[in-house]
Write a protein that binds this ligand. Structure first.
Ligand SMILES: Cc1ncc(COP(=O)(O)O)c(C=O)c1O
Length: 472
């Protein structure tokens, strides 16, 4: 059995490693220094017959893991779309682990439930969304959208006189789900988990920025009789673009469709006065997904489901049992809105990060990242054979190399080679993707520390790489 003394020594050791990692992080190379085989060999020791000393385990863990960590808390990290775990959120998370609360049930974790209640109210205020909306804490945007779409499925069937919770899916009216051809991959997975097959999905064409075309949506809605769900995006994964909510949402109302907004990172534009126009009209939707662990820098895992119709939300998600008692003044019971009956107390780190940033801190960070994206755009503008494929409206850049009249294969090879060269310098962590049938260098400026000086470093590295690649 672990003694209090051993716990204290191990916890102090863990804190030492944690603080050292965060202090050294900005100086470290962005890539893991160990190969996959080396990481595997470090972890793959024989399972001990007898338990080891805690302090030694923690030392061994740090030694095994650190060479294999991706330094995504680094200010020059631009890959995927990942936040950088705000240090105060990390500190709150250490306490969260020590307290060991099961936050799914109010009665097993009243402090966690109230921290969620208060921080979710702050998020609704920041995002200027209807204050009466219900809220669920999930692992990330994937599960947050799953929750929102569960509520949507239940509600659109109810509106058609069908009680899904009683009758089940078999025999239910056919629901059609309208989504853009460039919806995020996780939305397609969510729909599959919910029992929708490709035959239930109506894909709507997009414009050159990946925005859903309202005319085509209208045409397709007109041809459909049954219950309907429409899924729109605030922040396209490649271009950062926003669907034209002011045109789409009133249209959906005419057809009595539930409108869900996937705003995993882009919804945060609503918190910034100079960017809020990008999200105009989306407040009239029925549900919204937004991540904490992306732009808000809350440590993993933290995503939020927001639903304008608490009754539909609860009907879809409720977990009740005789032993799950509540007092009248408990307020919201998380298990009635989320997926699990046992889970981490995600509200503590959110509560801490929101206070560490403050309203102005959120605005400053998001506008700084937007300004950084515009700065990089200016650095690349006019450079022969470098093309930025998107309008830089937010924090994402989709960059392709080579002229459009050059062979696609050659252009793709050059883009991949530029990415490789940037990575070899080990100053910036970047990755590629495919968009519009071609390879792109996708830059996501979203890490809390990134500022204009970092963009100068990135631009210089990118231009050096292009100088070499373009000559070959
Ligand atoms: C638009 C969009 N939706 C959903 C997701 C999935 O988010 P998560 O990884 O938090 O589940 C992402 C991730 O990048 C995204 O960009």
């Amino acid at each position: 059995m672990t003694s209090q003394k051993e716990f204290k020594a191990a916890a102090q050791k863990a804190l030492e490693h944690a603080v050292a990692w965060r202090e050294d992080g900005p100086k470290l190379p962005a890539f893991p220094s160990a190969t996959t085989a080396q990481i595997r060999a470090s972890f793959d020791v024989d399972l001990p017959e007898q338990g080891l000393n805690g302090e030694i385990i923690i030392d061994n863990l740090a030694r095994a893991a650190e060479p294999g960590l991706v330094n995504n808390t680094h200010q020059n990290f631009y890959a995927w779309v990942q936040g950088a775990s705000h240090p105060i959120g990390v500190a709150a998370d250490i306490l969260t682990s020590a307290w060991g609360q099961n936050a799914a049930i109010h009665q097993t974790a009243p402090a966690a439930a109230i921290a969620e209640e208060v921080s979710s109210k702050w998020i609704l205020e920041l995002l200027n969304l209807p204050p009466e909306s219900s809220f669920a804490f999930a692992t990330g945007a994937t599960m947050a959208s799953f929750i929102c779409l569960s509520a949507a499925r239940s509600e659109v069937l109810h509106r058609h006189g069908y009680d899904l919770e009683h009758e089940g899916l078999t025999g239910a009216p056919n629901i059609q789900v309208f989504l853009s051809k460039e919806a995020h991959a996780t939305i397609i997975s969510d729909l599959r988990y919910l029992g929708f097959g490709h035959k239930n999905l109506v894909f709507i064409a997009v414009d050159h920025q990946g925005r859903m075309l309202p005319d085509e949506l209208e045409q397709k809605l007109t041809c459909s009789n049954g219950p309907k769900i429409v899924i729109v995006q605030a922040g396209h994964i490649n271009s950062g673009a926003f669907d034209p909510f002011n045109e789409i949402i009133p249209l959906c109302k005419v057809y009595n469709a539930w409108i869900h907004v996937d705003g995993a990172f882009g919804l945060w534009a609503r918190a910034v006065p100079s960017l809020a126009h990008l999200c105009e009209g989306l407040e009239h939707a029925d549900s919204w997904t937004v991540d904490g662990h992306k732009w808000l820098q809350v440590p993993y895992d933290s995503g939020y489901a927001i639903v304008k119709h608490p009754d539909a939300h609860r009907r879809a998600m409720d977990i009740s049992a005789s032993y799950l008692v509540s007092d009248p003044d408990d307020g919201r019971n998380p298990a009635q809105f989320g997926l699990e009956l046992s889970r981490r107390a995600r509200g503590f780190s959110l509560w801490a990060v929101l206070q560490a940033l403050g309203r102005q801190g959120v605005v400053e960070m998001i506008s700084r990242h937007h300004d950084c994206a515009k700065l990089l755009e200016r650095h690349l503008a006019g450079i022969p054979r470098i093309r930025i494929l998107n309008q830089v409206v937010l924090n994402q850049l989709a960059i392709a190399f080579g002229d459009e009249n050059e062979a696609l294969e050659k252009r793709n090879q050059m883009t991949v080679a530029v990415i490789q060269k940037i990575r070899e310098e080990n100053k910036n962590f970047v990755l590629g993707a495919k968009w519009k049938n071609q390879s792109i260098l996708r830059i996501s400026i979203i890490s809390q520390l990134t500022d204009k000086d970092d963009i100068e470093v990135l631009a210089a590295s990118l231009l050096r790489a292009w100088d070499t690649v373009s000559l070959v």
